[in-house]
Design a protein around this ligand. Sequence first.
Ligand code: UGA
Length: 433
Amino acid sequence: MKRIAVIGTGYVGLVTGTIFAHTGNRVVCCDVDARKIDQLQAGHMPIFEPGLSDIVETSVREERLSFSTDLTAAIQEADILYIAVGTPMSAKGDADMTYINRVAMTIAEAINSPKIVVIKSTVPVGTGHRVGQLIREHRAAPHEVAMVSNPEFLREGTAVKDALAMERAVIGTSSEVAYKEIASLHETLAKTIMRTSIESAEMIKYASNAFLATKISFINDIASICEATGADVSDIARGMGLDPRIGHQFLKAGVGFGGSCFPKDTKALMRIAETNGMRFPLMNAVIETNERMRRSIVDKVNNAANGLQGKTVAVFGLAFKPDTNDMRDAPALDIIPALREHGATVKAYDPIAIPEAREVLGSRASYHTSLYEAAKGADVILVLTEWKDILQADYHRLYALMNHPAVLVDGRNCLPDMAYSAGFDIRQVGRNY
Ligand code: UGA
């Protein structure tokens, strides 16, 4: 049993802390947000993540997991400090280090024994080294501080499953003792444990996300060429993916990537290149293509509906991907305002993300928890997230509820067979249905 303090109980911190508690360690998850800590202490999850609340409940009941706003006490009682605070995008596009630096200073002030300080947050290359120096310079007592970079590869929506069966744990450190401690935390969780330098571990995270984003923008550019030439991007992706060197994953054409990671990390990687005197035109193109996909889906809706003035669009799916209520950088956030600029009224459907969407989109849409309510009286359905209930909807019934001719724009190429026989004028991405 190790004593761990997780600093920052956001998405990554909460999942990480919970999994370590689940595997038998004593974990306290801290946050400056007292409301969030109160909520967690009362047994309510601040995020929607399948399977998470059950493990939190069991670990709390068995007294391995607790929540606190008292960061100093948590630091003093733990041997391993996991930093999982946010690194939002600054105005220039780099990762904002304000929270990381603040935590480093708090660790320095509170230090009362040797500590292993692990950075879980996604941070620019060199941060682990710099934070180590900051703590050592300001520490209240000369205790040993071993720095580790242990980046996060969880996907929202499947985070618990991913965390219990990680493809790899990357542990970047120059300390033998710290490596052994952090590796043993991952022994039952990760298929492969890989040791690197701190800088390489930090870079692996950016390079992985940037590569996945590149696959998506690549297939989306191919999709545009397919539309012009009559080829079908789904067949192209399948044919390409059969080559194991390419693989099938992340080749789904559509409205592009969103969320709290890919948009931020691709820009941050560009900035890392720039601040080191290099250009990264490939990454620039990946970002541009992603932004273009959002505009082009609006054009698709507008063209299919012969103009949107006075028309009603039912937007199916608001969260950036299924099984999450996360609206951060969701395509809907650009697309809904653009539809309104074209004169459309928007009726929005999402099974769980409506409170989060309402906070950012406000009165730009009306919100519905029934697909059929949202479709009633609409001229167009626009699918932006491939939620299971959108894949399983009764498209004949939806068609009957709409104005005719009824247009169905599938921004995720995810329609079930039934949709094709329901009478819609269907438009997809990269295939001329
Ligand atoms: C991503 C990475 O997959 C994780 O490994 C990483 O840990 C995480 O970022 C992070 O940095 O914290 P996540 O943002 O949860 O995870 O979501 P993904 O499942 O990777 O999807 C990202 C976006 O790409 C979504 O908007 C999704 O709709 C889109 N996407 C994905 C496509 O448009 N096409 C695809 O083929 C796959």
